[in-house]
Design a protein around this ligand. Structure first.
Ligand SMILES: Cc1cc2nc3c(=O)[nH]c(=O)nc-3n(C[C@H](O)[C@H](O)[C@H](O)COP(=O)(O)O)c2cc1C
Length: 565
């Protein structure tokens, strides 16, 4: 079948004019076919298609990685049919770049704030490499926070993220606390400690008016929260400073709740993540929470703001996977704990270096809330999750003397050894180098995978994906293949002119968009005619081949089937 057969078949099956177009606009690829009678209707329909936003009329964002087809015969006029295939491909529209633009970053990477395990040094190293450096404030006094920000600002002009907790302060429960102390008593005796001993514990104060005043004073570019968001009045004050607000979601419902309250981006924290679960809606059985691979795409589908994937991302493969899942950025915690820039205790560092894939568990016995850490003696002997633990963060206070004594003896038996499931992937390298490597190598991986993707799905997606992931710049192009197969006039001259029109169009398209239409054929099909078309060409750096087959009804006014192979 070739183009020469088109007019005759069209005559037999009443196909009149069709147009093929491809629009790439802001990350969405829309391949469309229009069929119409008469030709004038087609031209105006094509015009409208090229002007219309790629996203569907509802304004809903096309779900990542899921192609949608719509078939909209224009019943009103009865003379124009429109079939489109709209898709967002991995990396489409460069959500990572948009994230960087939004947050003033070079790299789409957030260094996870890790209270008790890092200070400004880690944040400076990551910021220097182009990521977002974070200072965890949950365990600092206001003066401590002020000093951390001063040190950060003295060394870099890059944006900084201040991170706060938003838990409900626990109501004191003396009976529960006494029972907890009694449970720990044998350990105090074992370590030669007075069972009534107390040790200073850093506060874990929820975000309040004082801390809000500090945000107003220090004006961080980003403020992130864990365990939800503060009360509306405080949140409004934070936003009024111009800070972009982030928070973690452990479920889709939490992500929606955060989006509704105006977060600039949402951290999707998968179950693999080290440290505390950011849970704020569903409490109780955290074992039901989804892992990163399952959570991220569901959150991407549920909210319109950028999604930051967190949990188990410790090397470039994880970063590449996160982008493929539709994330705009990654938040990495555990991988930074082995960097010399982190402030990790020697026992914690040793445990991280020895950790295997199954070393961690969720536990609530160290603080009263669920967090992921490397299993140690206390977790083994008391059980990782208990219902009699004092409320967050009180449990930590009773353990402090045990922890201090054990650590002084080089033991992590009573320490929270926070770490995520990807701990074995972490390496002892500088945080700046790690940051650059994570993103650069992820880019290389994605480029390499584009070839495989072409093999798996040799049509539009892979090359387009490569285009957006690699050479990438925002682009928009359209090709239009109107050819008139009006066979009501069957003279040779008409046929010649028809073919000439196609060829001219092909040449023009090739010049303009570096595309050619290699084959255009019209063949009889049940109830109408099938048009097959192959488009081949080159986006910068990537070859593209696109095969279409679509079936028009007998009148040529309605597309009844569209296949993009
Ligand atoms: C040692 C440690 C401390 C953490 N402390 C905080 C914190 O203070 N605030 C916060 O929002 N998240 C905290 N997190 C959770 C991280 O923000 C993030 O969700 C997690 O590190 C991502 O998973 P990954 O550790 O597998 O990279 C902590 C994580 C770790 C490992």
């Amino acid at each position: 079948m070739n183009v020469d057969e088109a007019p005759e078949t069209a005559a037999r099956y009443g196909v009149q004019s069709i147009a093929l177009f491809l629009v790439i606009r802001d990350g969405e690829v829309e391949a469309g076919i229009l069929g119409a009678r008469p030709r004038a209707a087609l031209e105006s329909a094509v015009e409208a298609a090229l002007k219309s936003p790629t996203a569907p009329a509802s304004g809903a964002r096309a779900p990542s990685h899921r192609a949608r087809e719509r078939l909209t015969p224009d019943e009103g006029r009865g003379e124009c049919a429109d079939a489109r295939h709209v898709a967002r491909w991995p990396g489409a529209g460069m959500p990572g770049k948009r994230f960087c633009d939004l947050f003033g970053l070079e790299l789409p990477l957030v260094q996870a704030p890790m209270a008790g395990a890092q200070d400004h040094e880690l944040a400076i190293a990551v910021a220097g490499a182009g990521g977002l450096g974070s200072i965890p404030c949950a365990m600092l006094s206001p003066e401590g926070i002020r000093e951390q920000v001063r040190l950060f600002r003295a060394r870099t002009a890059r944006p900084v993220n201040l991170n706060f907790f938003c838990h409900d302060p626990p109501a004191g429960d003396p009976a529960r606390e006494a029972a907890w102390r009694a449970l720990l008593r044998p350990y105090f005796v074992d370590l030669g400690l007075d069972p009534e001993a107390v040790a200073p514990t850093p506060p874990r104060v929820p975000f309040d008016a004082t801390l809000c005043g500090l945000v107003e004073e220090l004006r961080p570019e980003v403020v992130s929260f864990h365990f939800g968001l503060p009360a509306p009045a405080l949140l409004d004050r934070v936003r009024a400073t111009g800070a972009k607000v982030l928070s973690s979601a452990t479920t889709v419902a939490e992500a929606r709740a955060l989006a509704e309250r105006g977060c600039a981006a949402i951290i999707a924290q998968g179950a693999e993540a080290g440290g505390h679960r950011g849970t704020f809606l569903a409490r109780g059985d955290d074992s039901s929470q989804p892992g990163t691979l399952a959570l991220v795409p569901q959150v991407v589908d549920a909210v319109a703001v950028p999604v930051i994937a967190a949990g188990g991302i410790a090397d470039a493969r994880g970063v590449a996977a996160a982008f493929t899942l539709g994330a705009a950025a990654v938040q990495v915690g555990t991988a930074y704990l082995r960097c010399p820039d982190a402030r990790v205790s020697p026992v914690h560092r040793a445990a991280l270096a020895a950790a295997r894939d199954d070393a961690t568990r969720l536990t609530n016995i160290f603080t009263g809330r669920h967090a992921r850490g490397i299993e140690n003696r206390l977790m083994r002997e008391l059980g990782a999750t208990r219902s009699d633990v004092p409320g967050f963060p009180l449990a930590a206070g009773s353990l402090a003397p045990l922890r201090a004594r054990a650590e002084a003896r080089g033991s992590g038996d009573f320490s929270p050894l926070w770490a995520g499931q990807a701990a074995p992937l972490a390496r002892d390298i500088g945080a700046g180098e790690l940051t650059r490597r994570l993103i650069r190598e992820a880019g290389e991986l994605l480029r390499g995978l584009a070839e495989e993707a072409t093999r798996l799905s040799p049509a539009l997606p892979a090359p387009i994906a490569a285009y957006f992931a690699g050479v990438a710049r925002r682009d928009s192009g359209a090709m239009l293949a109107p050819f008139d197969t009006d066979a009501t006039v069957k003279d040779e001259e008409r046929e010649r002119r028809g073919h000439q029109a196609i060829r001219e169009w092909m040449e023009e398209t090739a010049r303009k968009y570096r595309y050619t239409v290699d084959v255009v054929a019209v063949a009889p099909a049940p109830g109408g005619a099938t048009v097959t078309s192959r488009v081949a060409g080159t986006f910068p750096g990537s070859p593209v081949e696109l095969d279409y087959a679509f079936t028009l009804d007998r009148d040529g006014a309605k597309i009844v089937r569209l296949e993009i192979s």
